[in-house]
Design a protein around this ligand. Structure first.
Ligand code: ADP
Ligand code: ZN
Ligand code: ZN
Length: 745
C-alpha cells in the first residue's frame, strides 16, 4: 500500500511513501506520520491511501505513526485543498494555519474541588453544628443558599482553608464533595453562565421555523439572519445549536472577537455546559493541542471562537453561525493563507452539508447583495426583543455649535454634556464612542508644519499621556517622553492635537468629577482580565460612563445604559477605500444600538462636522436600507465589489526604488489578460511605508456581468502569480496575493 503525505512546507506538492506491514491496519487519511524528506525526518499528514503510486522514482517508507485518531477529517482536508487553490497558497501552508502549532504537546486539564449541599438535613444536627463549629456552620449556610455546586476555591474569602472545612462538613453528612476536571481555564475571559427564561416572540419563532427544515435535512443551506440590535439573535443561535445536537451533529459559532463578547459565551455555557469548548487566542499551545484533540474525539460538539475556529475539527458539522459577519476581523491578511472566515465557512458548509448562518444587525454589503440575488435565505428580526424602543437620535453639527457658542475645538458639545449630566442624575449609564486611542494622535510643528512621524512607517505617532510615550499604532515603535522640538526646523513650538480616548477621559474626569469612568481600548484591554473587569463593573453599575473605541460598539447588552454619545462620527470617513463609508455607517449604527436595550428609552447624540454626508445622515436616521441602496449604486458605478471580483497584489520591501521596479516588471509581464479585466496601478499604497517596508499595489477587477463566478479573474491570477519567486526574482521584496481584499489601503 502507498500513502500520500503533505508536509507543512511551502510547496504545492504531496509526496508518496510505502507502508511497512506493521502499520497496515493503523493508517487513515488525516493521521500524522513521520517520514524521511530529504535528509530529515518530518511530520506530515496522510492525505490519501492507494494500492498504486504514480510516482516513478524510488519510494521510501514512512517511519512512524503519531496519532491513533485522525487529526484532520477527509472533509477538513477537502477544505484545505479548496483554500489552497482559491487563495493561491501552498497546501502545507494552509494546513499549518488550520492545525495547532504543536499537536504533540502534553496537557491535562486541572481538577477542581466542588461542594454541593445535601438536600435534607436534620435541624438538631444543624443546631449542634452552629454551637460547636461556627466556622463550619457559616460555610454550610453559604453552600446551602447557593442551592447548587460551588467551587471550593471560591470560598477562599470566607475561611483560610475551605477544603478542610468542607471535608469536615462532608464527614458529618452536610455536603457532598467531589472533584471535576475543568476545561483549559479561559473562564477569566467569559462571564459566569447567564441563566435566562426564554420564550420566543413571533419574529424569532418564524426565523427558527425557517431554519429547522434545513437543519434537519442535512443539506447545505446558507442564511442571512438580519436582526436589528437587541432583537435576540443569540437566542436563535442557541435554538439552532440545540436542534443540531438533537440530531447528533455539531456546531461552530464564530465571533469577531471572543474576549469582547463574553456575554454570548456566558449564555452558551449556561445552556450547553461542558459540551462547549472555547477556541480562544489566550489558550496556551498545549491547551490548544489538547482542545483540538478533544474536539476530534467528539468531547465538545459546540465550539465558540474567533476566526480560526472555522477550522475546528468537530464531527458531523451541522451548523456554522457567524456573528457580526461584516466584521473585518474575520479576514486574515497575514500570514498566508489570506482568507475570509465567512467564505471558508460557506465552503465548509457546502462540503459538509451544513447550515450556515451569516448574522448581523448591519450585514456586509456583499451578503446583503447576495440575499438580493437569492443566494442567501433571508431571516429578518425587525424589532427589539421585549418591545424595547429604538433610541431617539440627535445630530449635533459641531461647526454650527461652535459658531453659536464661540468656543472652538470642543470635544463635548453643549447638548452631549447636558445629556450626560441628565443621565448621571437619574443613575443611568452612558456609553461614549471615540474611535481613536491614545491622547493626541497628531503632533505638529507650529512653525514649519512638520508632523512627527514614525521612523519606520509614514504615519503619525500618537502621544500616550499615561505612560508619557509616543507610539506608532502600526508597528508598535515607542519613544519615551514628549518630543521637545521639531526635527526639521528645531522649533520648540509643537502642538499636540487631535483627540484620542485618553484626552476624552481626562476631560470627562474634569467635567464630571463625581462620575465613575471606565475606558476600554486596545491599551486598557491588553490584559483580558482587565477588559472583563471593566465590562463586569459596567454591568454591575459600578461604572457610570464607559468610554472606548469601536470595541464598545458591538455585542454588549447593558439594560441600564440609556445614552450613547458618538464624539466624532466623521473619524476615518476620509480614508481612500471603497469600504470606508460602509464601515463608518456600521460603526455608528451598531454603537447607537447600545442605547436603551430594555424598558428605559434610549438616546443617541452624534457629533459631526458633516451632517449632510449621506453616511452620517442615514446612520442618524438608523435607516440601513436607505444607506445600503446608496452604497450599492455607488459601488456599481465604480465597479467595486459586490459588482466585481477583485484581487490585490501587494509588493513590499526595504527600498522604495526596488519595490517600484518590481511592480513595473510585474505589470509589464502580465499574461492572458481578458476582456472585462480592469487593472489599477501599480501605485504606491495609501500607507506607503509600514514597518520599514515600502509598499506598492496592483489591483485587478473583473466585472460580474462577464465573469459570473470569478473564474476568469482566478485563472488570470493563477497564470501570473504561481511561482513568482522564479518568475519575477523579487530578491528582498515580498509579493503577496490577496483575493477579495477587505481594504485597498
Ligand atoms: P442581539 O444579539 O440581536 O443584539 P440579544 O441576543 O443580545 O440581541 O438579545 C437582546 C436581549 O433580549 C438580551 O438580554 C436577551 O437575553 C433578551 N432576549 C432575546 N430573546 C429572548 C427570548 N426569547 N426570551 C427572553 N429573553 C430574550
Ligand atoms: Zn518645524
Ligand atoms: Zn511605525
Amino acid at each position: 500500500m502507498f500513502v500520500e503525505v503533505a508536509f507543512p512546507i511551502s510547496s504545492f506538492q504531496t509526496f508518496s511513501y510505502k507502508v511497512p506491514p506493521k502499520f497496515l491496519n493503523d493508517l487513515h487519511v488525516g493521521i500524522r506520520v513521520t517520514a524521511p524528506l530529504g535528509r530529515r525526518k518530518v511530520q506530515g499528514i496522510i492525505t490519501n491511501l492507494s494500492q498504486k503510486s504514480a510516482f516513478k522514482g524510488q519510494i521510501k517508507f514512512i517511519t512512524g505513526i503519531i496519532d491513533r485518531v485522525p487529526v484532520i477529517s477527509p472533509d477538513l482536508w477537502a477544505l484545505i485543498e479548496w483554500m489552497s487553490e482559491y487563495y493561491v497558497t501552498p497546501k502545507g501552508q494552509v494546513a499549518k494555519a488550520v492545525l495547532p502549532t504543536n499537536l504533540s504537546m502534553r496537557y491535562s486539564p486541572p481538577k477542581h474541588w466542588y461542594v454541593q449541599p445535601i438536600p435534607v438535613v436534620d435541624e438538631k444536627d444543624l443546631n449542634r453544628l452552629k454551637q460547636r463549629a461556627p466556622q463550619q456552620f457559616k460555610l454550610q449556610q453559604i453552600i446551602w443558599d447557593s442551592q447548587c455546586s460551588v467551587r471550593v476555591a471560591s470560598l477562599n474569602d470566607q475561611t483560610s482553608n475551605p477544603l478542610n472545612v468542607c471535608r469536615s462538613l462532608k464527614q458529618k453528612g452536610f455536603v457532598d464533595l467531589f472533584q471535576e476536571t475543568s476545561l483549559p481555564d479561559v473562564t477569566g475571559f467569559t462571564f459566569a453562565p447567564i441563566q435566562k427564561h426564554v420564550s420566543f416572540n413571533a419574529d424569532q419563532r418564524s426565523a427558527i421555523d425557517k431554519m429547522i427544515p434545513s437543519l434537519d435535512s442535512g443539506k447545505y443551506s446558507p442564511f442571512l439572519l438580519h436582526g436589528v440590535t437587541g432583537s435576540g439573535k443569540t437566542e436563535i443561535y442557541i435554538e439552532a445549536v440545540r436542534r443540531c445536537l438533537d440530531q447528533d451533529r455539531s456546531a461552530i459559532i464564530l465571533l469577531p472577537e471572543i474576549s469582547l463578547t463574553p456575554q454570548i459565551a456566558g449564555r452558551f455555557k449556561a445552556v450547553f455546559g461542558d459540551t462547549v469548548a472555547l477556541w480562544h487566542s489566550k489558550l496556551t499551545q498545549a491547551q490548544r493541542a489538547w482542545t483540538w484533540k478533544e474536539i476530534c474525539r467528539g468531547t465538545f460538539p459546540v465550539v465558540i471562537g474567533a476566526r480560526s475556529a472555522v477550522f475546528a475539527p468537530v464531527k458531523k458539522l451541522g451548523l456554522i453561525v457567524i456573528d457580526e459577519e461584516q466584521e473585518s476581523s474575520f479576514r486574515q491578511d497575514a500570514p498566508a493563507p489570506r482568507y475570509h472566515a465567512r467564505d471558508v465557512a460557506l465552503m465548509r458548509g457546502t462540503i459538509e452539508k451544513s447550515t450556515v448562518v451569516l448574522s448581523s444587525a448591519t450585514p456586509s454589503l456583499e451578503s446583503y447583495y447576495n440575499y438580493l440575488k437569492g443566494k442567501l435565505t433571508y431571516l429578518y428580526l425587525p424589532k427589539r426583543f421585549g418591545g424595547a424602543k429604538y433610541p431617539h437620535v440627535h445630530v449635533v453639527d459641531m461647526l454650527a455649535d461652535q459658531d453659536e457658542s464661540g468656543k472652538y475645538g470642543l470635544i463635548l458639545s453643549g447638548l452631549l454634556q447636558d445629556k450626560i449630566e441628565e443621565r448621571l442624575k437619574k443613575n443611568e449609564q452612558v456609553i461614549l464612542l471615540q474611535n481613536r486611542r491614545g491622547y493626541s494622535p497628531v503632533i505638529r510643528c507650529f512653525d514649519c508644519g512638520e508632523t512627527v512621524l514614525c521612523p519606520y512607517c509614514r504615519v503619525s505617532l500618537t502621544y500616550h499621556r499615561q505612560d508619557s510615550q509616543l507610539r506608532c499604532h502600526f508597528c508598535g515603535h515607542v519613544e519615551t517622553g514628549k518630543r521637545e522640538s521639531c526635527i526639521r526646523c528645531g522649533s520648540g513650538d509643537l502642538k499636540y492635537s487631535g483627540t484620542g480616548t485618553q484626552r476624552v477621559e481626562l476631560l470627562l474626569q474634569e467635567t464630571f468629577p463625581n462620575a465613575r469612568i471606565g475606558r476600554l481600548d486596545m491599551d486598557t484591554a491588553k490584559k483580558g482580565t482587565r477588559l472583563i473587569s471593566i465590562l463586569e463593573n459596567f454591568s454591575a453599575g459600578k461604572i457610570d460612563i464607559l468610554l472606548g473605541t469601536q470595541m464598545i460598539a458591538k455585542g454588549l447588552d447593558f439594560p441600564n445604559a440609556t445614552l450613547v454619545g458618538i464624539i466624532n462620527a466623521d473619524l476615518g470617513l476620509h480614508l481612500p477605500d471603497f469600504r470606508t463609508g460602509e464601515r463608518i455607517f456600521q460603526l455608528i449604527y451598531q454603537a447607537s444600538g447600545r442605547a436603551g436595550r430594555k424598558d428605559k428609552p434610549g438616546e443617541v447624540v452624534i457629533q459631526t462636522y458633516m451632517p449632510d454626508n449621506p453616511v452620517i445622515k442615514s446612520a442618524a436616521r438608523l435607516d440601513m436600507m436607505k444607506y445600503y441602496s446608496i452604497a450599492l449604486s455607488e459601488r456599481e458605478e465604480l465597479n467595486y465589489p459586490p459588482f466585481s471580483w477583485m484581487a490585490k497584489v501587494e509588493l513590499s520591501g526595504p527600498s522604495a526604488n526596488s519595490v517600484e521596479k518590481l511592480a513595473d516588471r510585474i505589470s509589464k509581464s502580465l499574461v492572458k489578460k481578458y476582456k472585462g479585466l480592469q487593472v489599477l496601478g501599480p501605485s504606491p499604497c495609501y500607507l506607503e511605508k509600514l514597518k520599514n517596508q515600502y509598499r506598492f499595489q496592483i489591483v485587478f477587477k473583473s466585472l460580474k456581468t462577464s465573469d459570473i463566478n470569478g473564474q476568469n479573474l482566478h485563472s488570470f491570477i493563477q497564470d501570473n502569480f504561481i511561482g513568482t519567486q522564479t518568475k519575477f526574482k523579487p530578491g528582498k521584496n515580498k509579493i503577496s496575493i490577496h483575493l477579495n481584499p477587505q481594504s485597498l489601503i
